[in-house]
Write a protein that binds this ligand. Structure first.
Ligand SMILES: Nc1ncnc2c1ncn2[C@@H]1O[C@H](COP(=O)(O)OP(=O)(O)O)[C@@H](O)[C@H]1O
Ligand SMILES: [Mg+2]
Length: 255
């Protein structure tokens, strides 16, 4: 079984999708067969790789005569990287699980079967703590939380941490804390240093040493539908993401 990561934070705009795309790109470049699963109805991970969202969500079709989930996987055109594209109506999963929570097991079985063919799988989660994020946490073995150094960041992390602990207590397999990643890091701002200190005081070793700098190359890469490591390999953000990939490949931290 490969390593399955959930990239989650209930706040939007903190760098989840950028991190999911960059890690997927980095792992694929390390010769590992990698799958990126876009779990957000905004489909930014899909469009960020210049791909099309699926017309309908494949997760609610789990009946006997339905095609298996793996049939919805699409090659990205980049070596070793496949994508399970997002769909605008993936929120149907949320609605379905609210009324019929027992369906989660069927969906998880399909996800596990699809993930089984890969060395690395990454979920790009929506900005909420709803059923989609919970499902991704259930399917994952490690959770990575990108966050921006801003006011109230700690408060959000506490809610996220509680959700991770709740899911970890409910599932038989381990759910490890891959770590908190400080993104859009602006060393010129005093607030950045304050939040950095506070988060490290509180979460200690669970915060990655590496931070991702704020870098215009990220938005430019996004506009070109390319991972930043391919669009601008020498940019500060690309270098930081390469270091992060190497760090994750080297180690595994546990809650
Ligand atoms: N390191 C960075 N430097 C500059 N802009 C960034 C960086 N990371 C992300 N962004 C930009 O911030 C916005 C939100 O990032 P995104 O990864 O989509 O966050 P999320 O998935 O959490 O909503 C995007 O427009 C993205 O281009
Ligand atoms: Mg996103």
């Amino acid at each position: 079984m490969g390593r399955i990561f959930c990239i989650a934070n209930q706040k939007g705009g903190v760098g989840k999708t950028t991190t999911a795309i960059s890690l997927a790109d980095g792992f694929a470049k390390s010769s590992a067969k990698t799958l990126l699963i876009d779990f957000d109805p905004q489909c930014n991970a899909t469009s960020g790789l210049r791909m099309q969202p699926l017309g309908s969500s494949p997760y609610v079709k789990t009946g006997e005569n339905c095609p298996p989930l793996r049939d919805s996987v699409v090659p990205s055109g980049m070596h070793n990287l496949d994508v399970l594209p997002g769909s605008r109506n993936i929120a149907e999963v949320d609605v379905l699980l609210r009324s019929r929570p027992e369906e989660a097991e069927k969906i998880l079985r399909q996800i596990r079967e699809t993930a089984g063919a890969y060395d690395f799988v990454l979920f790009d989660c929506p900005p909420s703590l709803g059923h989609l994020t919970q499902l991704a946490l259930f399917a994952s073995a490690e959770v990575l939380i990108p966050m921006q150094c801003e006011y109230y960041a700690m408060e959000g992390l506490t809610h996220m941490g509680a959700m991770v602990k709740k899911v970890a207590a409910q599932k038989p397999e381990d759910l490890a804390f891959a770590g908190i990643l400080l993104t859009m890091y602006d060393a010129g701002w005093e607030l950045t240093h304050e939040v950095d200190r506070e988060v490290r005081n509180y979460f200690g070793e669970n915060v990655f040493d590496i931070v991702i700098p704020r870098d215009a190359a990220v938005s430019e890469a996004q506009a070109h539908g390319m991972p930043v490591m391919d669009y601008s390999p020498r940019s500060r953000a690309a270098r930081a993401y390469i270091e992060l990939c190497m760090d994750i490949l080297d180690r595994r931290t546990v809650i």
